[in-house]
Design a protein around this ligand. Structure first.
Ligand code: BES
Ligand code: MN
Ligand code: ZN
Length: 485
């Protein structure tokens, strides 16, 4: 959907969207439109339960006296910040998407938040329809253009073009990868697709199977060895500033069957999105490069498929990680940490980052703890943790910090190797984080367990059902706050 900005005016056609503050009184252009329609709008408000509550909508179809096909009243509540403006934009899109109107003008009287409204609407307009060949016309969206009529239209346009539209592209890029099924998206195809980032100035290095063997990334390769698909690691660099880089690390298990410790069949199809952490990283790289951020960022994703087969890793196998530490693989379904262990040690050794943030759909235990509202965070650095929490609040990709402690670390003691890859069932998300901590040394590090937030069965105003793209905006904001200040 196209988003544009113009000076406030009533449109000659299409849909007209007017904001209404808490209480339901029509003001400004809304009052003018109501007068032109002989009071039809205020009459509709009085006849309904619409009272201007933020995100609520009320449609009045084809009121006489106005040129508009329909008027949509949208509530903006009592106090509106940029985050709520995004949600209002998303709600407007959803209310009009299949209304029949092809264009809409949204009159937005508040200065300072028009770009956020456009961002929210564009994020809500994401769809993944490429595999639908029988979509009925009435199920297709009609709305193709949203004009936001705001007093500060020029500033809003500039902000949207420089930042907002780049975020929209980046989140869509991530959502597309997460939505793709495992037969289409696997390490080789995924790595090839990431070359697309070169067009916006990201340097993309693909480490193939042979390179990974030479580097001795054995915990990562152990996960991949049961699959007919080769593993790939992709390193993406955006050098927009001369400073030590911040490193973003993503789990990219393109399908997780569990391996020999195979998962139950019910719901296993969901494990196509076990690459959600990697999608957040590649989406963030796209956003950061897209808006030409003055920051030095290195993104690294480990792409593997976890399959059971005659060549698969066995429970009890001992592997030597890139760091030299040995791991006894008790459960082949705890594979994400094996992938991340090698990525973390490698990116820290080679790029000496000022900080590392990894994202992974790592544990079912995290979903039990937080459901789908917050992602879990673990960190060895209070400052980094605080930056992440505030970035998450700003973009509504919220984080809740969990503890790390030696007592949890001891749960990983092995009889024959440096560590096991699982602890007991209790505190499963924490022992997974303790496992990762063994591979980061003294580098400031945060681990985000996004198992509950990478995918959603329930639409939110700016996040349609399905792949959320969680983490893209969070990382983009973190880089903005920490590196670009
Ligand atoms: N990818 C899964 C975690 C997961 C589960 C993500 C449900 C999203 C929804 C991960 O690889 C996994 O299988 N973890 C195991 C670890 C266990 C064997 C210690 C889990 O959480 O059950
Ligand atoms: Mn698993
Ligand atoms: Zn997994």
């Amino acid at each position: 959907m196209k988003v544009s900005f113009a000076a406030p005016a009533l449109p000659p056609s299409g849909a007209l969207v007017l904001t209404v503050a808490k209480g339901g009184t029509l003001q400004g252009l809304a009052a003018e439109a109501d007068a032109a329609a002989s009071g039809a709008l205020s009459k509709a408000v009085a006849a309904s339960r619409f009272d201007g509550e933020a995100k609520a909508t009320l449609e009045v179809t084809a009121p006489s006296g106005l040129d508009a096909e329909r008027v949509l009243l949208v509530g903006v509540g009592a106090e509106l910040d940029a985050r709520l403006a995004e949600d209002v934009g998303g709600s407007v899109y959803s209310a009009l998407a299949k209304s029949g109107s092809e264009s809409a003008v949204l009159v937005w009287p508040q200065a300072g938040s028009a770009a956020a409204v456009g961002l929210g609407a564009a994020l809500a307009a994401y769809r993944f329809d490429k595999y639908r060949t029988q979509l009925k016309d009435k199920d297709k969206p009609t709305l193709g253009e949203l004009v936001i009529a705001a007093p500060d239209a020029d500033a809003a346009r500039q902000s949207y073009e420089q930042d907002g539209s780049k975020i929209v592209e980046a989140v869509g890029f991530a959502r597309d990868f997460v939505s793709e099924p495992g037969n289409v998206l696997y390490p080789e195809t995924y790595a090839e697709d990431l070359r697309e980032l070169e067009a916006i100035g990201v340097s993309v290095e693909v480490l193939d199977q042979t390179a990974l063997e030479e580097l001795k990334m054995a915990t990562l390769l152990g996960v991949a060895q049961g699959s007919a698909r080769e593993a790939r690691v992709v390193v993406m660099r955006w050098e927009g500033a001369e400073a030590p880089p911040i490193a973003l690390v993503g789990k990219g298990v393109t399908f997780d069957t569990g391996g020999i410790s195979i998962k139950p069949s019910g719901g296993m199809e969901e494990m196509k999105w076990d690459m959600g952490g990697s999608a957040a990283v590649v989406g963030a790289m796209r956003a950061i490069a897209g808006r030409k951020a003055a920051a030095n960022v290195v993104g690294i994703v480990g792409l593997v498929e976890n399959m059971p087969s005659a060549t698969a890793q066995r429970p009890g196998d001992v592997v030597t990680s890139y760091s030299g530490q040995t791991v006894e693989v008790i459960n082949t379904d705890a594979e994400g940490r094996l992938v991340l262990a090698d990525l973390l040690a490698y990116v820290i050794e080679v790029y000496k980052p000022r900080a590392v943030v990894d994202l992974a759909t790592l544990t079912g235990a995290m979903v039990m703890a937080l459901a789908h509202e917050y992602a879990g965070m673990f960190s060895n650095d209070d400052e980094l943790a605080a930056s992440l929490v505030s970035a998450g609040e700003a973009v509504d990709e919220k984080l809740w910090r969990f503890p790390l402690h030696d007592a949890y670390d001891r749960m990983l003691e092995s009889h024959i190797a440096d560590m096991k890859n699982i602890g007991p069932r209790e505190a499963g998300a924490i022992s997974a984080a303790q496992f990762l901590k063994r591979f980061v040394g003294e580098t400031p590090w945060a681990h985000l367990d996004i198992a509950g937030t990478a995918w959603t069965d329930k639409a939110r105003p700016t996040v349609p059902k399905g792949a959320t793209g969680y983490g893209v905006r969070l990382l983009d904001r973190l880089v903005r706050d920490v590196c670009e200040r």
